[in-house]
Design a binder for this molecule. Structure first.
Ligand SMILES: [Zn+2]
Length: 300
C-alpha cells in the first residue's frame, strides 16, 4: 500500500463511505464481514459472495482479466475464460472488491462506471482478493507451524487458490521473517539485448556463437523482515536451489546465492503455460534458518 493512497480521490471516497482512516484495515474488515454475512466456508464460493454484493459473475472470452459494470440494477462481473481457474477466482474476488469503490463513487445508492482508473483502488482490490479467497482466520487455522511448499500446494488445493497467491499469503500472515520468490530461467537484461543483436546478424555456416546460458532469476518477490530480493538477480549455480529444475523440488537450509545468508528454503518447479509455451517457473518460500512457529504473531 502506498503512503499517498489516502490522497487518491477514489480511496478517499471509499473511506468516507466505508469507514476508518486506514484503507487496508477497512478492506480487511469489509472482507471479514462479507464472509460472515454469506456464512462462507472453504473453498469460498465467490458467486455466492458476489450475490451478497448484488453482483452476477460470467466467464467469457474477453481481452481483460476482469471487468465490472453497473447495469442500472446489478453489478455485472465478467472474467476471462482463457485464464486458469486460480487466476479467474482472483479476478472475480478483485472485481467483488471494486463494488465497494463503485458504491462509494456516487454517494452509495448505486454503482458508477469505472472510467477513472486508480492505482490505490487497484492495490486495495488485490489486497482484498487475497482476504476473500484465503480468509485470514480459516487460513491460520489450517496452515502448519513450519509450512513448506508441499503445504502451500495442499492449501492452494483446499482454498482453490493459485500456488503463488497461497505462498504470498503464508508470507503476509507470517509471524516470523519470511519471503516468497517466483523464479524463471532467463538471461540478464543486458545479455538479452546482446543476444537479440547477435541473432539479427548472419552467422557463418556451421558456426554457432556461444551465448550466455539462461539462469534461474527472480521475477517477483515479497519479503517480510527478510532482505529485499531484487528482480533479475540470479541464484547461485552451486546452491541446492539450482537442483529444483532437474529434481522438481528443493527443501534445505543453506545459501540461495540471491542475497547473503542462510535460509530455510522450500522450492517447487511449477511450470506455467505462457503464449502457448511451457515456462519453467519456480515458486519458493524462504524463512530464517532457525525460524520459530509461523503463527506466533496471530496468537499474541
Ligand atoms: Zn481492478
Amino acid at each position: 500500500m502506498r503512503p499517498d493512497a489516502r490522497s487518491d480521490p477514489r480511496v478517499a471516497a471509499f473511506l468516507a463511505r466505508h469507514g476508518s482512516g486506514d484503507p487496508v484495515a477497512t478492506i480487511a474488515r469489509l472482507c471479514a464481514d462479507l464472509i460472515e454475512d454469506a456464512e462462507a466456508t472453504v473453498p469460498v464460493n465467490l458467486e455466492m459472495l458476489a450475490s451478497f454484493r448484488n453482483a452476477t459473475v460470467t466467464v467469457l472470452d474477453q481481452e481483460q482479466a476482469e471487468t465490472i459494470m453497473w447495469d442500472g440494477r446489478h453489478f455485472v462481473i465478467r472474467v476471462r475464460w482463457a485464464d486458469t481457474e486460480g487466476r479467474q477466482r482472483f479476478s472475480c474476488a478483485h472485481a467483488i472488491l471494486h463494488t465497494y469503490f463503485m458504491q462509494a463513487g456516487d454517494g452509495g445508492t448505486a454503482g458508477t462506471p469505472r472510467h477513472s482508473w486508480s492505482r490505490g483502488e487497484e492495490d486495495l482490490c488485490d489486497h482484498g482478493a487475497a482476504e476473500l479467497i484465503l480468509p485470514r482466520a480459516a487460513f491460520i487455522a489450517v496452515c502448519p507451524s513450519h509450512p513448506d511448499m508441499g503445504d502451500v500446494l495442499t492449501l492452494a488445493g483446499a482454498f482453490q487458490a493459485s500456488a503463488e497467491a497461497t505462498a504470498l499469503r503464508v508470507v503476509t500472515l507470517s509471524a516470523v521473517p519470511a519471503a516468497m520468490i517466483v523464479l524463471e530461467p532467463s538471461l540478464k537484461p543486458a545479455d538479452l539485448s546482446r543476444s537479440a543483436r547477435r541473432r539479427s546478424q548472419p552467422a557463418l555456416p556451421g558456426f554457432q556463437p556461444e551465448g550466455p546460458a539462461p539462469r534461474l532469476r527472480v521475477q517477483k518477490s515479497f519479503s517480510y523482515q527478510l532482505p529485499f530480493l531484487p528482480r533479475h538477480k540470479s541464484i547461485g549455480d552451486s546452491t541446492p536451489l539450482a537442483s529444483v529444475l532437474t529434481d522438481g523440488a528443493a527443501d534445505y537450509t543453506g545459501e540461495t546465492g540471491i542475497v547473503p545468508g542462510r535460509f530455510r528454503v522450500s522450492a517447487r518447479l511449477l511450470p506455467v503455460s505462457r503464449d502457448g509455451a511451457l515456462v519453467d517457473r519456480v515458486v519458493a518460500l524462504l524463512f530464517g534458518p532457525d525460524a520459530d512457529d509461523w503463527a506466533m504473531r496471530q496468537s499474541g
